[in-house]
Structure formats: C-alpha cells, structure tokens
Design a protein around this ligand. Structure first.
Ligand code: GRF
Length: 203
C-alpha cells in the first residue's frame, strides 16, 4: 500500500510508521519522504531506512499556489494511495487539499475541535483543561477541521508543563497514527462526503 509522508521536523511519527512497517504490523510502503526544510531530522530517519527523500523549500517559490503545485507533482510521481502529513508545518491551498480529498491524513496535538493551530499544549494548560490529547483527521481545506478519525487522551496533572504534556502526547501519537494508517490501508477506515467511516464488521 503506497504512501508518501510529508514532514518539516523531527519525524518521530515518521519513525513510528517506519518501525511498524519493518515489524510487519503495517502493510504500507513508504515510497518517499518529502520535507519543506532541508535540515529536518526526519530526512535522516528516512535515509537510514532506505527511503527516497526530497526537499522542496517553500522559500524557492513566490506563492503558496506555486509551491503546492510543485509539491503535488512530486507526490503524484509516486502514485500514493495515501498522503500522510507528519509534522508538516505548512498551510495548504484549497486546490491541494481538494486534490487529496479523502486520501490525506494529518495528526494534530489536541482533542479537536479544541485548540486548532499552534502551541496547543500550553494553550490547554492555560485554559485549565483537565485533559488533552491528539487527533488523527482527514485533511480538508480549512485548517485542522477535517473529519476526525481517531483520538487519544491524557490527563493534565497539577505539575504539568507544556514540555511534559508534549512528551505524553507524542507517545500517544506514535500509537494512534500508525493504527489509523493501517486501518485506511485495509479499507476498514474510509471517507465519504466529508466524513470518516469504520467498517462495523471489522471493529
Ligand atoms: C506532532 O506533535 C504532531 O502532532 C504535529 O507535529 C508534531 C510532529 O512531530 N502535527 P514529529 O516530527 O513527528 O516528531
């Protein structure tokens, strides 16, 4: 099951996907890893796993549209059945999001619809939330607003800092993201008319 993974940074979620593929828990083939930043550590992780990598710097393009058009062409060379955003820190154009409608997933570190956007851990603490977590969702043109597929939650303790909370959430990410990708690859998770569906016979 061919997938392409987009990153901008550390790539620990990419690593979780690589590890589970190697262990045979995932039947996916990561055809390529694409980063908009040349120094993203995730590129090293991909190279160590023998996965082709590309850097496409958004700074080389004069508009968001031009960058997304080039990115789309690069992704589509690999004919992936799913595009996986794993810490890809770019706002997407509507045309790009629509092109991958129902076949692009993102992971966002909050219990959506709460805390869309950046700095979610500190914002959850500041809002005196009792719990926080992470969501996997299909990507739609509106930021962090596509159909939610899967969420995992954790308690916010009294002594919590943004850093301790981020660590706990990251551990959850590495469990639920590969799971969502696996379910999609097995067609247990599908997408129709803007909504996520699970095959009730295979839950
Ligand atoms: C994660 O917190 C994810 O939820 C967010 O970006 C971060 C990526 O982390 N979208 P990593 O690069 O996979 O380590």
């Amino acid at each position: 099951f061919p997938i392409v993974v987009l990153i901008s940074g550390s790539g620990s979620n990419l690593q979780a996907l690589i590890d589970q593929s190697l262990q045979g828990q995932l039947n996916t083939k990561i055809c390529a890893v694409i980063s908009n930043k040349a120094d993203a550590y995730g590129l090293e992780r991909a190279k160590n796993a023998g996965i082709p990598t590309h850097t496409l710097s958004h700074k080389s393009f004069s508009s968001r549209e031009e960058f997304d058009t080039e990115l789309q062409a690069l992704i589509d060379q690999y004919q992936p059945k799913l595009v996986v955003l794993a810490g890809f820190m770019r706002i997407l154009t509507e045309a790009f999001a629509k092109h991958y409608d129902g076949r692009m997933l993102n992971i966002h570190p909050s219990l959506l619809p709460k805390f869309k956007g950046l700095d979610t851990h500190q914002r959850a603490i500041d809002a005196n939330e009792k719990e926080h977590g992470v969501s996997v969702h299909f990507v739609s043109p509106e930021l962090d607003a596509g159909a939610v597929v899967l969420q995992a939650r954790t308690e916010i303790t009294k002594a919590e800092t943004a850093e301790t909370l981020a660590n706990k959430v990251h551990a959850l990410e590495h469990i639920i993201y590969p799971l969502a990708v696996k379910w999609f690859s097995e067609e247990r998770l599908t997408f129709q008319d803007g909504k996520a569906f699970f095959d009730k016979n295979r839950l």
